[in-house]
Design a protein around this ligand. Sequence first.
Ligand code: ACM
Ligand code: ZN
Length: 741
Amino acid sequence: MGLRRASIGISWILITFLIVGAVNQSIAQDIIPLPKKLVKNGSTFTLNKDTKIYYEKGLKIHATLLLDMLFPATGWTLEAVESGKDQSNSILLSIDKSLPSEGYQLHVDEKAVKIHGGDEAGVFYGFQTLLQLLPPEIYNKQLQRNTSWVIEGVDIQDEPEYAWRGMMLDVSRYFFDKDYVMKYIDMMSMYKLNTLHLHLIDDAGWRLEIEKYPRLTSIGAWRGEGAKRTGGYYTQDDIREIVAYAELRNVQVIPEIEVPVHNLAAVAAYPYLSCNGTPVQVPEQHFISRDLYCVGKESTFDFLEDVFEETFKLFPSKYIHIGGDEARYDRWKECPYCQKRKAELGLETEAELQVYFNRRIQKMVKKYGKTIVGWDEIIEEGLEEKAVGMVWHNKKKALEATENGHDIVLALTDYLYFDFPESGISGEVKAAAWMPPISLEKVYQFDPVIEGLDEKYRPQVLGAQGALWSDQFIHGTILQEIEPINENRSEAYFDYLTFPRLSALAETVWTPKSMKNWDGFQQRMQSHYQRLDQAGIGYRVPQPKLLRKEEKNGQYSIELECPVDGAEIRFTTDGIKPNVHSEIYSKPIMISRLQDFQAITVVSRHHYSLPLYFPVTYPQYEKYGVMIGEWRTKDVYADQEVVLEWNATGKIKKNGIYEVNFIATDGDNSMEIRGIKILKNGKEVAADSHRGSSKTSLEENVFAFSIDDYETGAAFTIQANAVGVGGTDTNGVIFIKLKDE
Ligand code: ACM
Ligand code: ZN
């Protein structure tokens, strides 16, 4: 069966669409990232216990890996044989050097599955596509007796658009154990990502065993005392295991040994590394330390030389990430050693000292053949030799870096920081409410070729990566409100932040831009949630998709679509949050008050989405700041005091005097407010105890308080003692404003 070729880009999509469009709900249509070329040939192949894997010399470990991938769900240990012959009922693995690196061809007909990789990586990606052509149960770790392992006949020709397709895990602020890191490698490789950047070191923890400096991990890997003590580190054996596991799955692991700042854990272990040598402890709360490695003392460089020597024995990647972000130079300015160095070198600023530091590191790692990668600060400050700039600030930095001759990897805060919430819906991520949401669509639409990039610099754009920072995990606040993972600062929460955004990132870096299509991606993703479920990978369940919302004679008609195959939508029409027992949505809903409707996607009793709802907006009250919530009849009691509570995280953004307004919107009764309290991370930090009534003059309902000890990441709550005066027919909204802003 030959491969039907279309010229390029859009015409290819049309042809693919015409061919595949004929068969409804075909698995082949759902591949993520979308392959470059896919044609269905009308045949089917059925995997059975007698299917043999024939592999070309050199691919034995890959054949074994495929065997291992197919075994748990099918229960069959297929026979793998070294042979180049074309046999029936077989999966053939071979290398075809004429294909691009990481590229592959996959041919499926009734007789055989043939995978030709441009290299071993390409063969592995052929496996991943093959798994996506099999029923979702193939990902299950348990035997699936009732599944028929049928594969649709296809011809696929595929290769990645970018060479660097990555994710960063911040294992310092929260220690993810070896098993989770390996699971994460599986999660990445399922979607053909190939670079895992491990943020191994930060103020809150040193995670890499260095034999010459045992205190780095005996002291630097732990924080807190007694029952509160947390932490951990990877032994050198753990790292060897992780790296080998990753290598077989075409994932390079890049260690980040951060200099000169974000290193308090190292200073806690060896105080001589800082300028003043003052003993410190590994911090229990998130902050960015002012301590830096002393650039004036040679002992700093001796230490780093030793650390790099051991690091490079463990990580074969040609890259070493040296961090370099967010340095503040207070300590260097006060330090006689650093100032002496600065004078001797004839430097004028401490920023120039950091350039000196980086150049020393660059020289140090060069003898190991390593290229340095750093956050965009290191590029800004003018390195002599070519380095890779990991651009996090903004697109302008990316343009500057390419113009200065550096390769870049995009990891932009606004698009690719997966610790940012996916939506601004109340309850999404309480503690991170100050960060603008990064929706699935925003990740999907991201283009590594940023606006304004001259075509001649295009080869310097190596690719992009998502960043999963875990500093929120140590803020000590409740992260989000979906009950099953509430308060869960854990791997489950990392899964939640990762998927489905990782799938969108994968398509952004693998599939040519001209072939990307947001609606198509959403359609394909619908069936992928089942694959993630089968694989035991968590994800953020998307809210029901709104197909239509129409008003006619004061009635709204709402039509929804379930965004997850096999899930259901449940809804309420009384303003109360739906749960897994609420009414099942089966047809469009009519409702008179739009704000009373809420719907959730339910995958299982413990896995469901945040609500889709239509909050009323009050542009007329914008002069009172931003809305923090509302009260409704159901919230108050007649002539009896209750404590009502609203989440003000993200609305209280800095120190200052704030005003909270209680504004009645409708109802015959009024609500009396007998004072308010402001809680930071659950503890009272301010109050205004006067009384006000919602239906009287507005001044009376303005409650003022002062925030003097703001902390990034802290959760703020406003509580009011409220009474429905003479009844409960009272509804209103609450606005908050920073005075004089
Ligand atoms: C960073 O987010 N400080 C790289
Ligand atoms: Zn110093």
